[in-house]
Design a protein around this ligand. Structure first.
Ligand code: MSP
Length: 513
């Protein structure tokens, strides 16, 4: 079973921030989850390196565009390394392999008669890298997203006959039984796209005459390919599709999920599928758009000075907590707001008080009453089964629907269940009265906790393995998780064997005051 997931390829005019890492961590969690479920996953991220915006940013920094993108793309690679992102490939639109493929696609469209030349005069927003209609500007005549005045451009450009694809797209988007159905999620955003699609489509310009920093149009060297067409094609370049006939990676196409925020959903759910269909290629199966978030109510911006970098999050919380907090603070889908105080609170509640506390109290009790060994008893499976139910049903349902904040809630519910069971059983009292019962209780807590760690892994790959070892559980967590998900019955007696030695737990999540 193959599974192909992508993040947007990010523009290099900006350094990586929590907006980029939000999408990338979410995609990473999904990729890791699918791998645990036995899928053969290809996970792509990368950088979008051409266009007017990059030229302007390079100039501002006193660099040539090439020098600038070489430097900036490294920053994205470093950020993803820091956040332990498990991407299979990192595509740059300046890669030789991509230049060839982008030219190949535009040539295919041209050969099929889907591209023509015309003179065009319109307003262009460099921030969006797109033409913009006057009616879509704010009261000051500025772009809503970038608060800048668009420039009037008048050029002879090549146009793609997007208008021809309205019906095909509507059919494929609306009919869930269509064999080439394009699913758009969440449903509210799908409805917005459908509403807009029903109004009709204008042809779009796919080349620039006045911009050198781009991929040359193969049939007219005076033009470069429009940066959005260039960028979208990178999703198929990375897997060699469609030109590398013997490349086994081409089998990953069509993509299972293109993930991004709502700002660029139109490009992914309308323009991209139309280009592919026009070129005679398969369109993506699913386009998933999450919301846009503000920081403390404000748009993230250098001017306001509220930009949160991946490094700042990792410095404060550590890698795994930074990953977990980034995606679990706000619902995945609607717009939201993130703040340091919100992150601190979530850290204390979910990580210090729930996960961290369970790790240390369980460890302390096993050290105190059983010299740090897993006691030997028959497994009382009641708690284990309740935890299993939350994970197998709630967690899995939410995760498969890409509701990663709800899946993390399910993890917390499962942890809380064990913490509550400890309160109810009061093992410290049992230690004085009923050693057999105490053994049974501790044994069931530890097995249930180990089980949660298998599902925590996609969010917190390092910490989950660390606790797994602290708990004296056997084998490599990732391998056991795969095996468990394929065959849960095999593990009905749990993961930490009687007699196994626990490690002494350090404080994993010190409380933040
Ligand atoms: N280069 C294009 C994408 C081309 S894909 C073929 C681009 N780049 S971008 O750097 O502007 O990235 C936009 C994406 O970054 C959003 O769609 C989202 O995934 C992520 N985000 C950036 N800021 C964000 C927020 N404030 N909130 C949520 N996501 C954010 O567009």
């Amino acid at each position: 079973m193959k599974f192909y997931i992508t993040t947007p390829i990010y523009y290099l005019n900006d350094v990586p921030h929590i907006g980029h890492s939000y999408t990338t961590i979410a995609a990473d969690i999904m990729a890791r989850w699918k791998r645990l479920k036995g899928y053969d996953v290809f996970f792509l991220t990368g950088t979008d390196e051409h266009g007017a915006k990059i030229v302007a940013a390079a100039k501002e920094n006193g660099k040539s565009p090439q020098e600038f993108v070489d430097e900036m793309s490294e920053k994205f690679k470093e950020a993803w390394k820091l956040l332990n992102i498990s991407n299979t490939d990192f595509i740059r639109t300046t890669d030789e392999r991509h230049v060839k493929n982008a030219q190949n696609i535009i040539q295919l469209l041209f050969d099929k008669g889907l591209i023509y030349k015309k003179k065009y005069t319109a307003l262009y927003c460099v921030g969006c890298e797109k033409f913009i209609l006057e009616r879509d500007l704010d009261e000051n005549g500025c772009c809503h997203d970038h608060k800048t005045k668009p420039q009037l451009q008048s050029e002879e450009n090549y146009f793609f006959k997007l208008s021809q694809f309205q019906e095909t797209l509507l059919e494929r988007i609306l009919d869930a039984n269509h064999k080439e159905h394009i699913e758009i999620q969440p449903i509210e955003r799908r409805n917005e796209i459908v509403g807009k699609l029903k109004l009709g489509l204008d042809d779009i310009s796919v080349s620039r005459a006045a911009l050198d920093w781009g991929i040359p149009v193969p049939f007219d060297e005076n033009h470069t390919i429009y940066v959005w067409v260039d960028a979208l094609v990178s999703y198929i370049t990375a897997i060699g599709y469609p030109i590398e006939k013997n490349n086994p990676l081409t089998a990953y196409w069509p993509a299972d999920i293109h993930l991004m925020a709502k700002d660029i959903l139109w490009f992914h759910s309308v323009i991209w599928p139309a280009i592919l269909i026009g070129a005679g290629l398969a369109a993506p199966k699913k386009v998933y758009s999450h919301g846009f978030f503000t920081i403390d109510g404000d748009k993230m911006s250098k001017t306001i000075g509220n930009v949160i970098s991946p490094q700042a999050l990792v410095d404060k919380f550590g890698v795994d907590a930074a990953r977990y907090l980034t995606v679990s603070l706000i619902p995945f889908g609607p717009d939201g707001d993130i703040s340091w105080s919100g992150l601190n609170l979530k850290y204390n509640t979910d990580l210090a008080n729930n996960l961290g506390n369970l790790t240390s109290r369980l460890n302390k009790m096993l050290q105190k009453y059983f010299e740090g060994n897993i006691p030997s008893v028959k497994h009382n499976a009641a708690l284990f089964e309740k935890v299993e139910q939350i994970l197998n049903e709630d967690f899995t349902k939410e995760m498969d629907a890409f509701q990663i904040h709800k899946a993390s809630d399910a993890l917390q519910r499962a942890l809380t269940l064990i913490n509550q069971q400890i309160e109810n059983d009061a093992p410290w009292a049992l230690a004085k009265t009923d050693m057999e019962k105490l053994k049974e209780c501790l044994f069931s807590y530890i097995q249930s906790f180990d089980l949660i760690l298998l599902y925590l892994f996609p969010y917190m790959p390092i910490i989950s393995k660390k606790i797994w070892e602290i708990n004296g559980a056997q084998g490599d967590l990732e391998e056991i998780a795969k095996d468990y998900l394929a065959n849960p019955k095999k593990y009905k007696d749990g993961f930490s064997k009687a007699g196994a030695k626990l490690q002494i737990a350090e404080v994993l999540f010190p409380r933040i005051q």
